[in-house]
Structure formats: C-alpha cells, structure tokens
Design a protein around this ligand. Structure first.
Ligand SMILES: [Ca+2]
Length: 228
C-alpha cells in the first residue's frame, strides 16, 4: 500500500460554444487580401499530464497511496454545481455517467471527442497521449480525480486553445485542487459524507493542500504541438 499509484486522465475536446465569436476566422476583416492570419484548420498536440503531488509539495497528512483516478469531463466550472458525472468522477474516479453526457454532447454537435487517458502507476509520475483539435472545436476540458480523497479533483474547464489567434506551440496548465462540493470529508481518507444539498465547486485553499501558507499545484497538463 505504500506504492504510490497514479491516475488516468480523461479529456474532452471541443465542449463548447457553438459559433463562438472569439474564433478569429469568424471575425476576419472582410475582403482582406492577407489571408495568412487564419489558423490551420486543425492542430495535433501531445498532452502530457505530469503529477508533482508528493509529500514534498503537500506534506500535510500525505496519503500512502496517492494517485489520480480517471474522471471524465464535461462542463464543469468553479462556482457551479457538480453534475452527477462530475460527482462520480471526483468521488470515485468513475468515468460513468460522465462519458454518457459527453457522448450525448458529441451526438448533438456540441463537442468533438472524448479521450480516456492511461494511468500513471506512481506518483510523482506522468502519462501522455495525442489528440487533434480543430477550429470548430478549440475548447479543451480535462479532469482527474485526486485519490484518495472525498471529492477532490484537478482539471481544466473549456479552455480555448485558439485564444491567442493561432495554435500555440506549447501550453502549460498548472493544476490546482478543486472540491466538487458533493462530500464533506476534509482529509484524504475520510469516510463518505454526502453534502446535502450540494455546494458549489470551489478551488481548495486550505488543508491538506496548504503548506507554509501556499497551495502548490499538484501537477501540470502540458500541450506540445506536433508537426503536421
Ligand atoms: Ca468536499
């Protein structure tokens, strides 16, 4: 049990805002002869999930078997109420029913794809996979359960990879802990204690993640663009 385990990561691409006005291709100056500013129709990235979570970064009662369990993604945001899928992901690392929600969104043309990442068998550690994003669906959502934990997770919510106007060569997201608001436990190995009614999803700024006045990230997602 002292072996540090790690996670699986799950990503959802392209959640999003149909006809989003921030897409540079939708706002180009009319009849401009210089079409070179439009981003490529799609871009391929390697996504590396690197976990740095360890007794060195978060020494307060660090669990003996730290890992991130696979969760799933679909629309979540700080301040919002966790969907049943986010609740199951954050509490149990379950991909269902979040995967059904995402597939329904894909069927409805609101999202592009769902990817389930592989596991990391030791923490700290890392895992990676490749994905293709398109101008039509440039939003990226990722989640991973922090385990063991009551209902804590890390993730990225609907980040527009085209917000700078073109596909970046590299993007790094620092991963801070969030509380799904569905379980009242306040230690890693707490017994189940359903929060009723649910509370909003909040970023955790307290024990056990706070150390010497600071909450360090638990890791990073790094997107590195691959050559076409
Ligand atoms: Ca909680």
């Amino acid at each position: 049990m002292n072996t540090a385990r790690l996670m699986s990561l799950v990503l959802l691409l392209g959640a999003g805002a149909c006809g989003d006005a921030t897409s540079p291709m939708d706002t180009g100056t009319p009849t401009s002869p210089t079409a070179s500013s439009a981003p490529a129709a799609q871009a391929r990235y390697r996504v590396t999930f690197r976990a740095t979570w360890s007794p060195a970064t978060h020494p307060d009662r660090f669990p003996s078997n730290p890992h991130f369990s696979h969760g799933n993604v679909r629309f979540w945001e700080a301040g919002g109420i966790a969907s049943p899928g986010i609740k199951q992901m954050a509490e149990l690392g379950a991909t269902s029913p979040l995967d059904s929600t995402i597939r329904a969104a894909i069927d409805a043309g609101q999202a592009q794809s769902l990817l389930l990442g592989g596991g990391i068998s030791s923490s700290p550690g890392e895992t990676s996979l490749e994905l293709t994003v398109t101008r039509e669906f440039p939003y990226l959502t990722l989640v991973a359960m922090i385990a063991p934990s009551p209902d804590w997770f890390v993730g990225v919510s609907a980040r527009n990879l085209l917000e700078s106007g073109d596909w970046p060569a590299q993007i790094v997201f620092e991963l801070f802990p969030y509380d799904a608001g569905t379980d009242g436990g306040n230690i890693y190995d707490a017994s189940d204690l359903d929060t009723r009614p649910q509370e909003p999803i909040t970023r955790i700024d307290a024990a056990p993640f706070r150390n010497e006045g600071t909450v360090l990230p638990l890791g990073t997602y790094t997107l590195t663009r691959l050559l076409p």
